[in-house]
Design a protein around this ligand. Structure first.
Ligand SMILES: Cc1cc2nc3c(=O)[nH]c(=O)nc-3n(C[C@H](O)[C@H](O)[C@H](O)COP(=O)(O)O)c2cc1C
Ligand code: SF4
Length: 406
């Protein structure tokens, strides 16, 4: 298996979070390169690399960057999404604790490309300890004069997914869902709706310095044609060595699990796997044995690669309980704007609870599928359709377990 470290290359260095160590290992050198490239050229580099967003959807980053106006009277902004509240997803915190300066470097390049003077990093409230490390790195960058032309502000809160045209992330930064935190020396924020704002995931932005340093072809040398490059896969569940390990797209799933995860815990058999955080459809062992880690392969079996948060479940896992855990999360997290999601997440949670309590009937399993269908394609954002996909995937592959639990 080919080792590849695009984002994680400094993770193992002692004090890798400090400016001194990062600079000794080539950190921020791409900023020099920026002087010889126009913003449009940088956007073209990212487009040529076919960098795909690493926050779950896999949208081509270059296409999004191109939507940002280059000559507007309005200020442009960059919002970096560090929410990762979805169970199974914990790769971005690895970047902000092990190499926060890589993210800052990526932010500076991105802001140069989209002509933004202010970037906001949205971080979930539970990440307070990690936020402190990131803030220290930002402070170091300010002191070293690296942020002379672009401010970076961290905003702490909860719920960063995009709901339709508005984003909970931007709404929150606007102050509607919490009070913005500013460093005293920073100027007042200019966060208004209606201003061009680019939203990207932490890892997407942290990949940009590699592309600028080595070129689009160097990035495309990894991965597959349609899913080039690498992803930080977060491996959890029943494996010997859970953790975050970078691998190129197209890596066979079992090879990844055995190589980095040390195989299934205690030599047990694999039963199921969720490939990219709990919004992605569950796979059975046979599928895992035949699949590779890339967007296209996962889509072909009705699942998705999501954020690369892989949850491994061994032969002893009760799939009804596993689904109940996931549905409790969704029930709790629905923002409540859309009826099929607000009501549906509660119903499906209750239905699976009833099956687990031995009070369920065969009709309840069909009712689950019926409610899942109602939640699909009828809501503002893809939260409810994700719940629908997950329910259908569990019942399609493990119906006998649901019937056995009645
Ligand atoms: C339910 C839901 C949860 C999401 N969670 C995250 C998240 O934790 N982190 C993230 O970067 N993007 C998340 N996204 C995707 C974001 O809405 C957004 O598309 C992404 O941050 C864009 O960055 P990218 O293009 O670089 O992937 C989520 C989307 C949905 C619908
Ligand atoms: S689908 Fe759910 S999370 Fe998304 S906007 Fe509607 S109610 Fe909110």
């Amino acid at each position: 298996m080919r080792e590849c470290q695009i984002v994680s290359r400094k993770f193992e260095l002692e004090n890798s979070h400090t400016l001194e160590v990062v600079k000794a290992h080539g950190g921020y050198e791409t900023l020099e390169k920026l002087k010889s490239h126009s913003p449009e050229e940088i956007i073209q580099m990212v487009t040529d690399a076919n960098l795909r967003g690493k926050g779950g959807g896999g949208a081509p980053a270059g296409d999004k960057w191109k939507l940002m106006p280059q000559n507007s009277d309005k200020p442009s902004f960059l919002a970096v999404n560090c929410d990762e509240s979805e169970p199974g997803t914990f790769k971005d915190r690895q970047i902000i604790t092990k190499d926060p300066h890589l993210l800052i470097e990526g932010i500076l390049i991105t802001c140069y490309a989209i002509k933004a003077k202010h970037a906001y990093i949205y971080i979930r409230g539970e990440y307070y300890a990690y936020q402190k490390i990131l803030q220290s790195a930002i402070d170091e960058a300010y002191e070293a004069g690296l942020l002379a032309e672009c401010d970076i502000t961290i905003h702490r809160g909860a719920g960063a997914y995009i709901c339709g045209e508005k984003s909970a992330l931007l709404e929150s930064m606007e102050g509607k869902r919490g009070h913005p935190r500013l460093k005293p020396k920073q100027k007042e924020p200019e966060w208004y709706f209606g201003n061009p704002t680019l939203v990207n995931n932490v890892e997407t932005i942290a990949t940009v310095p590699f592309i600028v340093e080595h070129g689009a072809d160097a990035y495309k040398a990894y991965g597959t044609e349609k899913s080039p490059g690498t992803l930080l896969f977060a491996l959890s569940g029943h494996v010997e060595k859970p953790g975050v390990y970078e691998a190129e797209f197209g890596t066979p799933m079992m090879e990844y699990i055995n190589h980095y995860g040390g195989g299934i815990k205690k030599g047990k058999k694999l039963k199921a796997l969720i490939p990219g955080g709990v919004s992605c459809g569950v796979l059975n062992a046979q599928e895992v044995e035949n699949l590779t880690l890339d967007y296209e392969a996962l889509r072909a079996v009705g699942s998705s690669l999501g954020t690369g948060g892989m949850i491994v479940m061994d032969e002893d896992t009760c799939m009804v309980t596993a689904l109940k855990n996931i549905l409790e999360f969704y029930h709790e997290e629905s923002c409540g704007q859309c009826t099929p999601c607000r009501e549906g997440t509660g119903w499906v949670d209750k239905l699976v609870g009833r099956i687990l309590d031995k009070r369920g009937t065969k009709e309840d399993i069909d009712k689950l599928l019926e409610v899942a269908d109602t939640m699909n394609g009828k809501t503002i954002c893809v939260f409810a359709p994700a719940v629908s996909t997950v329910i259908v995937s569990f019942i399609k592959r493990f119906r006998d377990e649901f019937e056995g639990a009645l």
